[in-house]
Unconditional design. Structure first.
Length: 268
């Protein structure tokens, strides 16, 4: 006996319009967060290889953004970062819209979103980090070690899970524990969208530092790498928290806000 086909919530024409709106939301979020992230990513890489301190890197990037915006926004540095975050948000949005259209339950949608966004974010982020490491490194450009790729992949899996999957569960937890948030699910979600990506940086930052050091100092001993992580851990972690706030916190909030206007198409 053939399975009864589920009634779709809106027309296919509306679905395509929603995809277009998903692209607008992804583009707005990407342009909003990419300048700051590009500056921080370059600063962390140059701080790790000794080219500039973090504060010098921030000042250099901010000066270039303010004094030469045309050069900054058309640079490879900005293009790599904005392309990465547009693709990540677009993937998450399209999966969510498609799942909504086909009536897929939230737990399965969450898993599909994790797999899709992790695949896109991981591959593009590794490409971006490899390019940044070679562009802003002090050594002659060479191939990134395989272990660096693996560490970047693990780092990005943690970040994506904390950014796209954990907030909804953490927001429910907050509503259960905090009386003031119980009647404000939107506020709880905003708190979770900021807290989860930031908290995971305490775990993922050592992975990032070791991956960079494997490229910068291929012959360093495990003790030397451990010392580097110890020296750079706190300032790099807080720099990455400052970076991840715009990337998946404020960017995620902006993406959610723009997508909240999708309702204008739902009666089409």
């Amino acid at each position: 006996m053939a399975m009864e086909q589920k009634q779709k919530p809106y027309s296919q024409r509306t679905l395509y319009k929603l995809y277009g709106f998903d692209a607008v939301a992804a583009a707005c979020s990407s342009v909003l967060v990419s300048p700051f992230i590009a500056i921080v990513d370059r600063s962390i890489i140059e701080n790790t290889n000794g080219k500039r301190t973090l504060s010098e890197g921030f000042k250099y990037g901010a000066r270039q953004l303010i004094m030469e915006p045309h050069r900054f926004f058309f640079s490879k540095q900005f293009g790599l970062v904005s392309g990465l975050y547009f693709s990540t948000y677009m993937t998450a949005n399209v999966i969510e819209t498609t799942a909504e259209y086909h009536g897929i339950d939230s737990s399965r949608t969450s898993m599909l979103k994790f797999i899709g966004t992790t695949s896109v974010n991981m591959s593009l982020c590794i490409f971006k980090d490899r390019s940044f490491t070679q562009m802003f490194g002090t050594a002659a450009a060479r191939r990134l070690p395989v272990l660096s790729y693996l560490l970047f992949a693990l780092r990005d899996s943690l970040t994506v899970a904390a950014s796209f999957n954990a907030p909804i569960y953490f927001s429910h937890y907050l509503q259960g524990k905090c009386a003031s948030l119980k009647e404000k699910p939107d506020s709880a979600l905003v708190v979770a969208q900021l807290a989860c990506p930031a908290a995971v940086q305490f775990i993922s930052t050592p992975l990032h530092l070791i991956a960079l050091d494997l490229y910068n100092r291929p012959t360093a001993s495990p003790k030397e790498r451990q010392l580097l992580v110890k020296q750079q851990y706190l300032k790099s972690t807080f720099a990455r928290i400052g970076r991840i706030g715009p990337a998946f916190g404020f960017g995620g909030i902006g993406n959610t806000y723009v997508r909240s206007y999708r309702s204008m198409f739902l009666n089409a």
